[in-house]
Design a protein around this ligand. Structure first.
Ligand SMILES: Cc1cc2nc3c(=O)[nH]c(=O)nc-3n(C[C@H](O)[C@H](O)[C@H](O)COP(=O)(O)O)c2cc1C
Length: 188
């Protein structure tokens, strides 16, 4: 697949086939993450592969979090709620669940840079995965401080994303993009 095609065709998937991702393929995908740029090549990312016991606990936390937040919204259509509940139960049955975190940052510069480099690593992961017919979803659930203790994130470390990966059962349609012309500001 050409790079342009990978970038334009990649989609977030939230429902997965039961087909496993082989360890070799997973390592290749994570290796793509390590080729992200970072300040002075400091490579601040860490990949945490979440096993069944931790996954169960994380799913419980996620379900509680969703019930207490988005699912309380009376305007959310019932069908959407049902899907959120399905997804939250076991992360769409994704065969791989991982967290990508940044190592502890103490200086202002590291606090600024580490999560950005880590996010770049995550994008590399998604693009590399897509090239191998694997898709996933980037979850903001790392915002919940409980996840940090469950996943053993040290103080001043930060989860940039919790990521479910697998061979998608459903590939959602493309979400519209705002044209560059509306995002571009030219300075004199
Ligand atoms: C930083 C970040 C956080 C996201 N958090 C969530 C999330 O918590 N739950 C979710 O279902 N999708 C999440 N997404 C996926 C977005 O909803 C998705 O990327 C967006 O709708 C565009 O769709 P596409 O990725 O298929 O182009 C997140 C994406 C990013 C980059």
């Amino acid at each position: 697949m050409e790079l342009k095609e990978v970038i334009l065709k990649r989609r977030t998937a939230r429902k997965f086939l039961s087909k496993a991702i082989s360890e070799d393929i997973l390592f290749e995908i994570l290796e793509a993450g390590t080729w992200a740029p970072s300040h002075g090549n400091n490579q601040p990312w860490e990949f945490i592969l979440i096993g069944p016991e931790t996954r169960q606990k994380l799913a419980e936390m996620y379900q509680n979090y969703m019930e207490a937040g988005p699912l309380k919204n009376p305007e959310l259509p019932e069908e959407r709620k049902q899907f959120i509940r399905y997804f939250a139960k076991n992360f769409g049955d994704a065969p791989v669940l991982l967290a990508v975190s940044s190592i502890p940052a103490t200086s202002d510069l590291d606090k600024y840079d580490f999560p950005m480099s880590t996010a770049a690593a995550i994008q590399n992961i998604f693009l590399s995965a897509w090239e191998k017919d694997i898709a996933g979803v980037w979850l903001s659930f790392g915002i919940n401080t409980q996840t940090h203790s469950l996943l053993g994130i040290p103080e001043n470390g930060k989860i940039s994303g919790i990521i479910a990966l697998g061979y998608p059962e459903i590939i959602p349609p493309a979400q519209e993009r705002i044209p560059v012309s509306e995002k571009l500001r030219k300075l004199p």
